[in-house]
Design a protein around this ligand. Structure first.
Ligand code: AHR
Length: 534
């Protein structure tokens, strides 16, 4: 009896082992394979570093606490600007920061934020006190500390052309005018560089509810009088003026783009612009927004489907711009984009506080790839927003700071700044959940200024691993290496207590039969470059 039972046990073990091997086998064969070809013979346009721009509005804890704690704070700071945030942002090589809004910009009066400060209100965002302790000089200092550049948003809604013109004179003139002397007395004798100004913000809505024709009149006036006098910005380095552009793809928005672009084509010498903005948030229902945490796979798929509409939007407005500007002189600047969810429970709804998950990391990668594929026209973009607001890079709570999954994506994409777009072809396959079908894989390639090839590979599928076989003609490398970002669940986030749940891990990719083999985790963002291992 003993003998037969042990035989039975052995048989059962063999069967279990057999079925384990079989299931392992099935898992291996179920791994999705994707062939991807890189065509280095047809380099595309430069991926302008400005598509990795940021946006810091006076909103909630975005500026006050997120950036500014004041020189007397116990939180380590340099001239009132928190050091931990500056260190984190330097790593991102932030190309530009849009400031002071947003809707806030159209109620911002710059004089209240220089010299003796005027305490006022922030009616747009919670009706809270605006102390104006973070003003022009503090912003310039912040941008300088993180090694970035300025994108100023000019008040068209409640300001005047004179107020805006004087702000620019105050900032940029090298001549000893009264305003320049005031700037010097406030600590900055040398003129500032202002590479970009936005003429208004959402002038069709919070910026004054203007018709396209009415806004056009404002644009021509502001464009004429908002001058940059900095002697260093009179040649190739001229200030770019960005006009308010559309906020969607429907008829009223296409009419807006058409009106502005048609007028620009027929413009007189006295006005010009170099960019047209586009705003597009990933929101499914404005009245009942999705939660930023505690969601499932269906909401993961719904949000990613929604975000992919960016492609159509850019295609639609680029086509209108092409009609009037076939040489693509005017940049499309997506200067507000990102996810917009329900306010985090317990937060002030006017402060737009939300969490940031691996879903946002994938969403960021998909949008950045769309911008890169349209690099000939999309030459600027600003994710909303930098700290503690909407799809933020960083979250703070008094002295605590945590980096979000979106921060890590922006860090991984640094090599793509000003790199040359290289076309790739691949069959993306599909991922389906709850009747929603999405491309499973997304990818871009680019050569950086040193000629090094970089690949970004996104696996949207939260369940399947994907093996990418990259075919690179004339491949001159024997290994690939980089970083990958994934997470345990679709709603995984980083918190102050668990800051490394969603954090990039190094990966190496082997070269086999002349092809680079990269294994992608489910719901992951991966950046690899080629090299030669010794
Ligand atoms: O980013 C938040 C707000 O969204 C901005 O202030 C406004 O421009 C947009 O509607």
């Amino acid at each position: 009896m003993v003998g037969s039972s042990s035989i039975l046990t052995k048989c059962a073990s063999i069967l279990i082992l057999g079925s384990m091997i079989l299931s392992l086998d099935l898992q291996v064969s179920a791994q999705v394979k994707v062939q991807l070809s890189v065509d280095t013979s047809k380099p595309g346009p430069k991926i302008d570093r400005n598509i990795f721009g940021q946006f810091a509005e006076h909103l909630g804890y975005g500026v006050y606490e997120g950036i500014w704690v004041g020189p007397d704070s116990k939180i380590p700071n340099t001239r009132g600007i928190r050091n931990d945030v500056v260190t984190a942002l330097k790593t991102l090589k932030v190309p530009n920061v849009r400031w002071p809004g947003g809707c806030f910009a159209d109620e911002y009066h710059w004089r209240k934020g220089i010299g003796t400060r005027t305490v006022t209100l922030n009616p747009n965002w919670g009706g809270v006190i605006e102390a104006n302790t973070f003003g022009t000089h503090e912003f310039m200092d912040f941008v300088d500390q993180i090694g970035s550049q300025v994108y100023l948003s000019i008040n068209v809604g409640s300001g005047t052309p004179q107020e805006a013109a004087e702000w620019l004179e105050y900032l940029t003139t090298a001549q000893p005018t009264t305003l320049a002397k005031e700037r010097a007395a406030n600590g900055h004798p040398v003129p500032y560089k202002i590479p970009m100004v936005g003429i208004g913000n959402e002038s069709w809505d919070c910026g004054g509810n203007m018709t396209p024709e009415y806004y056009l009149r404002q644009l021509t006036i502001y464009s004429r009088f908002v001058r940059n006098f900095n002697p260093a910005q009179q040649g190739n380095d001229q200030m770019q003026k960005i006009a308010v552009g559309p906020g969607g793809g429907e008829a009223r928005w296409t009419e807006w783009t058409d009106t502005i672009m048609k007028a620009w084509e027929k413009r007189q010498w006295s006005w010009d612009m170099q960019g047209l903005s586009l705003h597009n948030y990933t929101v499914i229902n404005w009245a009942n927004k999705f939660a930023s945490v505690g969601f499932g796979e269906k909401e993961y798929a719904q949000i990613l489907r929604e975000t992919l509409k960016m492609e159509d939007l850019i295609t639609t407005h680029s086509a209108i711009m092409d009609k009037y500007d076939p040489q693509k002189k005017i940049a499309l600047v997506v200067d507000e984009w990102g996810s917009w969810y329900a306010p985090s429970p317990g937060s002030n709804p006017g402060f737009l506080v939300q969490q940031n998950s691996i879903r946002d990391a994938v969403l960021a990668a998909l949008n950045l790839n769309i911008f890169a594929r349209h690099a000939d026209r999309v030459r600027g973009a600003n994710i909303a927003q930098l700290i503690n607001v909407l799809q933020a890079m960083i979250m703070t709570d008094k002295e605590k700071m945590v980096l979000t999954p979106t921060y890590h994506v922006f860090k991984m994409y640094v090599p793509f700044q000003d790199a040359t777009f290289i076309p790739v072809t691949f069959n993306a396959g599909t991922y389906t959940n709850s009747g929603i079908t999405l491309p499973r894989v997304d990818a871009i390639a680019a050569k950086d200024v040193t000629g090094k090839l970089w690949l970004e590979l996104t696996n949207v599928d939260p369940n399947e691993f994907v093996e990418i076989e990259v075919n690179i003609p004339g491949l001159n490398a024997n290994t690939g290496s980089g970083e990958t970002l994934t997470a345990p669940t679709v709603d995984s986030v980083n918190t102050f207590d668990a800051p490394n749940t969603v954090t990039p891990k190094p990966i190496t990719a082997k070269i086999q039969n002349g092809k680079l083999i990269v294994k992608l985790d489910p719901k992951s963002v991966t950046v690899v470059s080629l090299g030669n291992a010794k």
